[in-house]
Structure formats: C-alpha cells, structure tokens
Design a binder for this molecule. Sequence first.
Ligand SMILES: Cc1cc2nc3c(=O)[nH]c(=O)nc-3n(C[C@H](O)[C@H](O)[C@H](O)COP(=O)(O)OP(=O)(O)OC[C@H]3O[C@@H](n4cnc5c(N)ncnc54)[C@H](O)[C@@H]3O)c2cc1C
Length: 343
Amino acid sequence: MGELLADHTTLRLGGPAPHWFTHADPATWRDLARAVHRTPGRPFTLGGGSNTLAADSGYNGPVIRMATTGISTRALDHTTVEVTAQAGEDLSSLALWTVSEGLSGIEYLAGIPGTIGAAPVQNTGAYGQQIADALTRVTAYDWRTGRTLRLPPTACAFGYRTSTFKTHPGRFTILSVTLHLTRSPLAAPVTYVHLADHLGTPLATRPPLTEAANAVLTHRAERGLLIPESGPDSRQAGSVFLNPTVTHVQAVSIRTAGGPLYRGSDSQLRASAGWLLEHAGHRPGQQLAPGIRCSSRRTLTLTAVSPTTASAYAAVVGSLAKRAYNAHGVQLRPELFCMDLWP
Ligand SMILES: Cc1cc2nc3c(=O)[nH]c(=O)nc-3n(C[C@H](O)[C@H](O)[C@H](O)COP(=O)(O)OP(=O)(O)OC[C@H]3O[C@@H](n4cnc5c(N)ncnc54)[C@H](O)[C@@H]3O)c2cc1C
C-alpha cells in the first residue's frame, strides 16, 4: 500500500510513494529487506521527514519509514554508559531521557526534530554538540552487499553536517545507533555564546544537565528553532542552507560588514547563512512566492503557508542561493535532503 509523502514530511509536501514499507519491529528487518530488494529503484529511508523535501511527483522506488523504538543501556564502568537506540526513536525525547537518567553527551540536542537513525546522516548537531561526539557505533544495512554492518565512527566519515551516509545516498539504512554517555550531574561545557548568555554563565562552564537542556529548549523556542503545532511556521524543515565555509577574502568582507564568523568543529571558517540572506535583502516573515515565506522568526527557515508545491519551494531555495551569491560571492548549499529535486 502506498502513502503520500506529504503525510510523512514536516513541510507537508510531496506526492505518492507507491512502494511503502514501515519498519516497526527490529526482529522483522530481514523479511522487510528481502521485500525491498525485490522492489525496483534505489531505497529511500525516511525518519521523521524533518529534513526532507519530497518531490511533487513522489518517489517511485521503495521508501522505508523507520518506526522502530527501543532503548537499551549497559554500564561500561563507573562513569560510562553505553546506550543503544533503535533508529525510529525520537532524537529530542532520547536527549531528554538521557538528561533524566543523569547522562551527559547529547543534552544540547534536545528540541531537534526527527529520529536518532537520521542523526548520523548529517551529523546532526546544535550548540557546539553533534551526534558524532557521543557516537560509538552505527548498525546499518548495506543495500549494495545485503549485509548488516557495525560501523565505528572512523568508518562514518563524520564532518560538519555530513557523513558517509550523506555522501552515499541510498546505500545504507541505519538500524540503530550506539552512544557512549558519561554519568554526570553536569552538562558538557557551554561553547555557544548565546546559550552561555542565556544561562548567565561564562563560556566553558558546565551547567547542571537539566538546566542546560531546559535552556536549550527555551532558546530554541525563542529563536524559532522548534516546530510549532499550528500557525504560519508549522510547515517547515528547519534551516534550508548550511553555514558556508568562506575564503580569507570573503571573511574580511563579511567581517567588515559586521557579519558573524566562527570556526566549526572541522576548524573551517564559516559564515552564518542566515546573516548572508538577510544582507542580501531578506527578512523574517518575508513572502518569497505564493505560499512560501521566511518563518516569522528566522530568515533561514522557509515555511509553506498555503497550498504550494515542492518544485516551487525548491525554486525559491535556488533563487535565494543566487541572491546570496550575487551579494557576497559565497555559494550557499542546501541543508535539506531532496528526493529527486536536486542531487
Ligand atoms: C525546527 C527544526 C529545527 C532543526 N534544528 C536542527 C539543528 O539544530 N541541527 C541539525 O543538525 N538539524 C536540525 N534540523 C534538521 C533535522 O531535524 C535533523 O537533521 C534531523 O536529524 C533529521 O531527522 P529526520 O528523522 O526527520 O530525518 P529525515 O528528514 O527523515 O531524513 C533526513 C535524511 O536522512 C536519511 N535518513 C533518515 N533516517 C535514516 C536511517 N535510519 N538510515 C539511513 N538514512 C536515514 C534520509 O534518507 C534523508 O536523506 C531541524 C529541523 C527543524 C524542522
């Protein structure tokens, strides 16, 4: 039985997926994989659909919706606890659960929509923490060889919002993610200046776990980084562009214009994609095309506000990138994963 992709993505865009598979029970993976192998086309694995732009024409290959749940723990020593979560577990709920268990390692990921299974794909992160920091193993099915692999972080090629899962689209389905977390009442050191201000602590201090997670949730709500249940910002997929790396010359020009620059976890100098858009003439709440506008809090988030199409959305993303390039000479790259809309 097929499904409409619009019913499974937070943008609520996308046409039919006639070859639909829901993976809800880890014990049945082999049977499901066999059925997928018999279906023509490249498999597309879908989590919460919070970072996916699905085409209006839908997707003709097999779509596997990850709905497996289950968390297991194993104490490795006095301070380290191994936590394995099935791919369909909600990332934010998992982060908040680890906080409630007194485990530090993914507390700053609270509030990020989507599943833990998708988190290694773009090395999901926020406030100076990314999933790769805590990850110790990914269990993934390789569609090319038909084998289930246990991949250590070194095999995942993690980088800023990237990994081997992102650079080899369709090759792997992540079945579970294993993290090493630290038993501690304190969160990891605050490295994000706005969060430190919010907490009223200097950078590099370690706030209590619960305080850190609550501050993240409040800060995200204030900055439009949570999906509201209703209203004009409720159909969205978060940031549409990655923060780009910049050359020395571009950095000087951006800094002269008052733009923020920072060094990412990969030590590369990056500019803020949101700032680049705003200094190319865009602003929160701006209508960009019929049914598509910047979210009321963030220029970098585009919302679908009335009946619109994925191709119109993709066209707006393309024209924003062009405007930013013309204004700053910096090429913006989409953060969204697009089924058939761009490579
Ligand atoms: C309001 C909002 C705020 C956000 N804030 C952040 C943020 O702070 N930091 C950040 O990094 N991201 C953020 N995002 C983006 C997104 O939530 C994350 O990237 C999240 O990890 C995506 O999870 P998902 O399950 O929804 O992925 P989906 O959209 O379902 O999938 C995304 C990609 O991962 C692949 N994928 C999904 N599950 C699997 C699997 N089990 N195995 C293999 N491939 C898989 C898909 O094929 C697709 O290519 C935000 C999004 C929104 C809407």
